[in-house]
Design a protein around this ligand. Structure first.
Ligand code: LHQ
Length: 265
């Protein structure tokens, strides 16, 4: 049921995942959640895969939860929204943020509701100039989820986070970039090429060190400075003992380009 709601294509160390319900603006269903989680887990476990790109088919990135799927019975509303988060969105956000490979989100069009927050949970977000980010939740009487209330105040500060979520107005990609919510905005017709170039660069990078970098930045949100310094010591010990560090330092001293394998040992 539902067909292929996530398309998977792998080449040159890059695994590209495309949310694929374009007629419903790639709104999330349970089937899509299951397929996306399985694809992310497979990419995480695959030694060939060194970077993941997440994007959407058609004119939108993702319109958040498919509201037809979660509509409550005769009372309307949402049928057990909390368990949907527990079952689907929370594990997805935890997977994206803990997977120790870079995840690039190519926001090809509107990202609304949980679709916006799943995009913002990725490591590097590149958006088409015509794209926008819509914290749609309060439009329908819900609260932001999929980590929005955690990510937004950290990235853009509580004042902007409150207005963005309470007013539920679309934030143009260029403003999102200016506010530091995303990495970059590019012309629509350049999105594909820019993201491919970025992904190829990451696929040739020292994957193990990138994964540890991701871990360190994630843990910084709860660590004290002293704890973070200890963490940096421990992670640097691991990175420093990896073949890619040996290669990177040799290449620097020999004045040549490094050839990283991405492996940890
Ligand atoms: C949709 C949707 C959609 C179904 C477009 N569902 N069909 C977590 C826990 C549990 C439950 C609840 O939710 C959550 C997390 C959440 O994500 S809550 C927030 C859910 N998302 C929204 O509220 C956004 C709803 N969508 C919109 O406001 C608009 O579609 C936007 C502003 C994204 C785009 O507007 P338009 O460009 O005018 O497109 P459209 O509205 O005409 O949509 C095109 C089609 O996609 C249309 O279907 P149809 O059969 O009439 O052509 C829409 O019904 C369908 N669609 N979003 N979330």
């Amino acid at each position: 049921m539902g067909g292929e709601t996530v398309l998977v294509a792998s080449s040159g160390g890059v695994t590209r995942l495309t949310l694929n319900r374009p007629e419903k603006l790639n709104a999330f269903t349970l089937a899509m959640h299951a397929q996306l989680r399985a694809a992310l887990e497979a990419a995480g476990a695959c030694s060939e895969c060194r970077v993941i790109v997440l994007t959407g088919a058609g004119r939108a990135f993702c319109a958040g939860q498919d509201l037809a799927e979660t509509r409550g019975g005769s009372e309307g509303g949402v049928a057990d929204a909390g368990s949907r988060l527990e079952q689907a969105y929370n594990p997805l956000v935890k997977l994206i943020t803990s997977l120790e490979k870079p995840i690039v989100c190519a926001v090809n069009g509107i990202a609304a509701g949980a679709g916006a927050n799943v995009a913002l949970a990725c490591d590097i977000v590149v958006a088409a100039r015509s794209a926008s980010f819509l914290q749609a939740f309060t439009r329908i009487g819900l609260v932001p989820d999929a980590s929005g209330t955690w990510t937004l105040p950290r990235l853009i500060g509580p004042a902007r986070a409150r207005a963005l979520t309470m007013l539920a107005e679309p934030l143009p990609a260029e403003t999102a970039e200016a506010w530091g919510l995303i990495w970059k905005t590019v012309d629509d017709d350049k999105l594909e090429a820019e993201v491919s170039a970025l992904a190829s660069k990451l696929a040739a990078a020292p994957t193990y060190a990138l994964g540890l970098t991701k871990r360190a930045i994630a843990l910084s949100s709860t660590n004290t400075l002293a704890q973070q310094l200890d963490l940096e010591r421990d992670l640097q010990r691991k990175a420093g003992a990896s073949p890619d560090a040996a290669e990177g330092i040799s290449a620097f001293l020999e004045k040549r380009a490094p050839k990283f394998t991405g492996s940890r040992a």
